[in-house]
Design a protein around this ligand. Structure first.
Ligand SMILES: [Zn+2]
Length: 111
């Protein structure tokens, strides 16, 4: 535990390109923020690529609006990331037929 200059958010592992699957699930089930690990209120923010925004299916966990803002400004952040806000979401686990076996978050009332 040191004072890292750019600490990784709670739900990421190793780099901002890799999500920690267990923590993503923990964020979903406990409704905690994927950046700071604290309880979520409303609105809830999601960060994703234009493709994820277009499909309304995000791989990164729910975030506080301010944490989403911090995340997209991190030097290692994907420059294409966009943030959306919603008052609720569905946590969708992949089915056997899905090629992408990661769960997704589908905002259900975009703000
Ligand atoms: Zn947060």
């Amino acid at each position: 535990m040191g004072a890292a200059a750019d600490p990784l958010p709670f739900a990421w592992s190793g780099s901002l390109e890799t999500l920690d699957g267990k923590r993503v699930t923990q964020c979903a089930l406990s409704r905690i923020c994927g950046v700071c690990g604290q309880s979520l209120g409303r609105p809830i923010a999601f960060v994703g690529t234009p493709l994820e925004v277009g499909r309304n299916a995000f791989h990164a966990p729910p975030l506080h609006e301010s944490c989403a803002d911090t995340l997209v400004r991190m030097p290692a952040a994907d420059p294409s990331w966009e943030a959306v806000t919603t008052s609720g979401f569905e946590f969708v686990r992949p089915t056997r037929e899905d090629e992408d076996r990661r769960p997704t978050f589908q905002p259900n009332s975009l703000l």
